[in-house]
Design a protein around this ligand. Structure first.
Ligand code: ATP
Ligand code: MG
Length: 240
């Protein structure tokens, strides 16, 4: 039996309405992503990248179009069902980390498991395993505000992984950090992808994007390129 794509976006549009203006953030975007793909989303500021990521993460619903996440039409799910699916299937890594301040790295990483029904006695061990994986075994008791930007981002990655999500969504995961640390984070993503996680990452940095095997390029809320072509251009530039 043919496996369904983990992500099916069918004619997704998103229009933000305020009293004064309507902004078309996404205009009729369609694509599929198969299990195990590593995809980068690129495009100028305001082109709709974060809007698309919010839809893919089921954090928001499209104005029109159909979004099917791992075979389920998101439109038909209740808020509780959505929250549950997000927690079980999707790991989020955002540019602003979203860590709790004055709270240890370990506690931050344990948090999704409290909502996710992981038995209390297992949470610490699992959290430690992922903090170790991102190279932070010696920073687990530091509060998040006592960590560097790159370290905070790695805590956010560890936190995104404790529920073993099929999909990792990352919005500018290397946006605020030095390039050596960014490469470390890409090495982690690469390893996760090899282990079978589907990774979708927004970036405006060609050096970062080339780690993905497929690049979706957005402009004015539309897909203007999708595939390997843009990556070839980036790599070509790098060598020439
Ligand atoms: N909540 C909102 N209300 C109204 N307009 C919005 C809202 N969120 C985003 N927009 C608009 O939608 C468009 C797409 O925004 P989006 O955040 O998706 O862009 P982006 O590609 O992620 O940009 P950046 O690279 O700067 O993060 C922009 O023109 C933005 O001004
Ligand atoms: Mg954005």
């Amino acid at each position: 039996m043919k496996e369904h794509p983990i992500i099916q976006a069918n004619h997704l549009s998103k229009i933000y309405k305020t009293d004064l203006v309507e902004t078309v953030a996404l205009a009729d975007v369609s694509f599929e992503i198969k299990k195990g793909e590593f995809v980068a989303i690129m495009g100028p500021s305001g082109s709709g990248k974060s809007t698309l990521m919010h839809l893919l993460g089921a954090l928001d619903k499209p104005t029109s179009g159909i979004y099917i996440l791992d075979g389920e039409n998101v439109e038909n799910l209740t808020d509780d069902e959505l929250a549950d699916i997000r927690n079980r299937k999707i790991g989020f890594v955002f540019q602003a980390y979203n860590l709790l301040p004055r709270t240890s790295a370990l506690k931050n990483v344990m948090l999704p498991m409290a909502y996710g029904g992981i038995p209390k006695e297992n949470r610490e061990e699992i959290a430690k395993k992922f903090l170790k994986m991102v190279g932070l075994e010696d920073r687990m008791s530091h509060n998040s505000n006592q960590l560097s930007g790159g370290q905070q981002q790695r805590v956010a990655i560890a936190r995104s992984l404790v529920m073993n999500p099929a999909i990792l969504l990352a919005d500018e995961p290397t946006g605020n950090i030095a390039s050596a640390q960014a490469e470390e984070i890409m090495a982690i993503f690469q390893r996760l992808n090899e282990e079978g996680h589907t990774i979708i990452m927004i970036t405006h940095e060609p050096d970062i994007a080339q780690h993905a095997k497929r690049i979706i390029l957005l402009r004015d809320g539309k897909i203007v390129e999708d595939g390997n072509g843009y990556r070839q251009k980036i790599i070509g530039k790098g060598e020439g």
